[in-house]
Write a protein of this length. Sequence first.
Length: 316
Amino acid sequence: MKKLLFIFAAALFVACNPIPKKSIFEDLSTDELASIIKSDSNFTEFYENIHSLVKISMFSDIQKAEYKDVTYRRLYKYYHRNNFEPEYWQPLTEQWSNEWDDTMAKDLLKVDSVSAYWADYKKQHSLSRFAKVELADFRITYFYSMIDDAYICFDITPLQGTIEQIKFTCTYGFKIDGDDGKKTYAYRYASPITKTKRGYWDIDYFERDKFKNMTVKKFLQEYDMEIEVTDVRIEGKNYSLNDLNIPEEVLILWQEDTSENRDAVASLVNPTYVNKEQYISNKKTEDLKIFDLLCYEFSEALLQNSLLNGFKKIFE
């Protein structure tokens, strides 16, 4: 019954439609606008938006010929379908949502397994098997009460022969803040190491105040810290974490666990994966193309042209 009423209402709208079949590239007269707005106040917003976009879009003559059959009446019907027919879209949206649940939700659920697999793989191939790097000391010198020089010191111990060069990172942040506010610093030692060697590196100028009167014991009480060997050369052979070929999407997820980054990892499981919002949006686009392909293509061209020419006006 509701479907019949909807069809009847649509038919009545068409039969009594005061919107002229005038090209979208022509202006409507004041009388025409007054007549239309009197019968449908939603047309005001439509006309203001479309009219201004068409003006700045500067369609070429060829484009105008291509879209000559796009009239105010036809485009408004398309616009009305897209924006003012919830009774049409609601059941479809529910259907598409269920489709996503049945076909793609499982891919998103596999993200933690994918992340765990690569974390385990990285651990098994950790470069820590070649060297042990430990926080050893802080060396701070003062000029009166002000810090003059500040160094962080690490002890590097070779585990499988002489280390010719080594790179490692140190990530730390206040325990109370969890992962928020953690910073990562990279260090390099380029001389041969045959036994435990202590190295000294400048502390970032803007971080120095944190290390006033700091000891290793106090630091480890206040901060979470992770040291990771990223590159090492032993007996002329280079080893690097980059050689593990961990997917970039997984590395980014480890840095920041967000829904967007989880979607990226899910796409590794299924290359056709998209999140539910995008899936529904894609389905709606397909439906609008079926409804009126020419108006859909015109809308896309209108947006693209208006953006391009809008930027041109800004930089002129």
